[in-house]
Structure formats: C-alpha cells, structure tokens
Write a protein that binds this ligand. Structure first.
Ligand SMILES: NC(=O)c1ccc[n+]([C@@H]2O[C@H](COP(=O)([O-])OP(=O)(O)OC[C@H]3O[C@@H](n4cnc5c(N)ncnc54)[C@H](OP(=O)(O)O)[C@@H]3O)[C@@H](O)[C@H]2O)c1
Length: 283
C-alpha cells in the first residue's frame, strides 16, 4: 500500500527563510531594515508562543522583530493607541495583532485600525477586499503559506478541484479565495454542509481548516489527492490536526501536524513583512 508523501512545512519554511535572508541583505544595503511589531495579550500563553516563534523566524531572516505585550485586564484602549502610534512610525513596516483577543474586545475594529499597507496578516477589510477584486496587496499568512507549500513541491493548483473545509474570515475564507485566485475550482464546506465527505471525495486538493481532530478520514479522500491539514487542536497527548492518520494510505501528498502548515504561516509573516517594506519604502 502506497503511503502519502510528506509535505514538509519545516523544510519549505527553511527555503523561504534562506530566500528572505538574501532579500533582506539587499534591502539593508540600501539602508532599509524591514521592521515587524507584534502586539499580544500577555495572559494568553498560546498566543505568546505563536508570536515568539514568528519573531525568532523573522529575526533569523534579518528582520527587526519586536513583541509588545498588553494586559487583558487593562482593556483594549492601550492596544488601540499602540496601533495608532505604529501606524505613524515610518520605521515600522508591519504590524500584527495576535488573535484571538479577550472576550468583548472588538477584533474587527482593532484589526481594521492597522494601516492597510502595514497589515502583515492581510486581514484588514481593505486588503481582503483588494484580494476579492483580484488585486491582492498581501494575502493572509495561512492562505499564502498553504499556497507557498504547494509551490515549493511543484504541485499545480490551476485547473484543479479544491475543497476547503472551514469558512472563517481568518483562515478558511482567505484560503478558498487564494485557490480561486490561482485558478482552482473551489468548494467551501462548513457546519451546515450536509455531507462534507461528498465534496472532499471529488477534490484533487483538500484543505481542512475546521479545528476538529479526525474530521477527514481515508474514505473521504479520492486516491492520489493532495491533503493539507490546517487544523490545530491541543489535545492532552499533543497537537492534533483535522486529518485522521488513515488518510496517509490514500492521499498522494499530506502535511504532518505539527510541521506542516504551522511553519509556513510563521514564514509568511516574515515574507509579508519584507514585501510590505519593499512596497512602501522601495528596494
Ligand atoms: N496551522 C496554522 O498555521 C493555523 C493557523 C490558523 C488556524 N489554524 C487552525 O485552523 C483551525 C481553524 O481555525 P479558525 O480560526 O478558522 O477556526 P473557527 O473560527 O472555529 O472556524 C472553523 C470553521 O470550520 C467549520 N467547521 C467546524 N466544524 C466543522 C465540521 N464538523 N464540518 C464542517 N465544517 C466545520 C466552521 O463552520 P461554521 O462556519 O459553519 O461554524 C468554521 O467555518 C483551528 O484548528 C486553528 O487552530 C492553524
């Protein structure tokens, strides 16, 4: 029985980092050092871990990366004024607010406060709208990361049938938009889809971003499909994806969890920072 080949996000992210390092050296030679500032609520250990990994990756590529923490008890006002200040700081190219924010903080309003040309997560309504109109300034990091992972393995998207499970504004929706923009025919499933498997079985590429461990099983996949597991749920025995291990016996390509989409999302924060820097400051 053939076993799916591994779509190794750690390897692909390493390639991205090496390319970025060269690009940052070119910018630095012109006197431009790309700068990323990430804002995070300090009580959220998972979010803190995410921004620390993003900072480590970006710094290794030569980017100036900073983390600023805010207290959940202090309310959203300090975060708002930090965004306003960073928007006006010419040395700052990229601003990221790590989500989720504490209950009651208006994420849409807060993300929408970031200047669109510094919005490294690509989640500002203007940036999502630009992408919908076929003129993306920047793609959200997970969507771009999935695309970049397939590109590094020379797996085509154009003309393929893609099924995306999940439709959140942060993850599923941008991924579906990315595939559509790159020439795939896309079906998007969600909780109201009567039979998710009916659609995944017809797809050349299945991307699951539901956050439900074991949701996608071997029978739900067409033999030879490419399966990308975005899901990440922290179980007692470690992180779990949406895709059941049995899928490896049917798919041609499969991302591991961890080590698949996660490293690519982190890499795309650095990639987007450098792209926003080059767009705004030239080079
Ligand atoms: N690896 C990475 O870099 C990375 C980055 C970001 C997120 N993630 C992970 O990706 C997953 C999704 O994140 P999110 O922020 O989009 O979560 P979310 O806001 O909870 O959205 C989950 C989506 O999946 C759909 N869904 C849930 N259960 C389903 C089911 N049984 N069948 C079909 N659709 C179902 C939901 O449908 P409805 O809309 O109908 O509710 C919703 O659209 C999470 O596990 C998250 O940790 C990973």
């Amino acid at each position: 029985m053939a076993i799916a080949q591994r779509l190794d996000g750690k390897w692909a992210a390493g390639c991205v980092q090496a390319d970025l390092k060269r690009r940052v050296e070119e910018l630095t030679a012109l006197g431009v050092v790309p700068k990323l500032v990430m804002l995070v609520v300090e009580e959220d250990e998972v979010s803190l871990g995410h921004v620390r990994r993003k900072a480590r990756f970006a710094r290794a590529a030569g980017i100036a990366a900073e983390i600023r923490t805010f207290s959940a008890g202090g309310g959203p006002e300090a975060l708002r004024s930090a965004i306003d200040h960073l928007n006006g700081d010419d040395a700052v190219d990229a601003v990221l607010v790590q989500l989720p924010l504490p209950p009651g903080w208006d994420e849409v309003e807060i993300v929408g406060r970031i200047r669109p040309d510094k919005d490294v997560d690509g989640l500002h309504p203007e940036n999502l709208g630009q992408a919908a109109f076929g003129r993306p300034r920047i793609w959200p990091c997970t969507a771009r990361g999935v695309g970049e992972l397939l590109r590094r393995y020379d797996l085509p998207v154009r003309g393929k049938a893609a099924c995306v499970v999940g439709r959140s504004a942060l993850v599923g929706w941008p991924i579906a938009q990315w595939f559509m923009a790159h020439g795939a025919t896309v079906v998007q499933c969600h909780r109201q889809t009567p039979s998710v498997a009916h659609w995944t079985r017809q797809a050349d590429i299945v991307v699951s971003a539901a956050g439900v461990p074991g949701l996608i099983r071997a029978d739900d996949i067409r033999p030879g499909a490419v399966v990308v597991d975005v899901g990440l749920t922290y179980a007692a025995d470690g992180p779990r994806g949406d895709v059941d291990p049995s899928v490896a016996e049917r798919a041609a390509w499969l991302t591991p969890v961890p080590g698949g989409v996660g490293p690519m999302t982190i890499a795309m924060v650095a990639q987007n920072t450098v792209d926003l820097c080059a767009m705004r400051r030239g080079g």
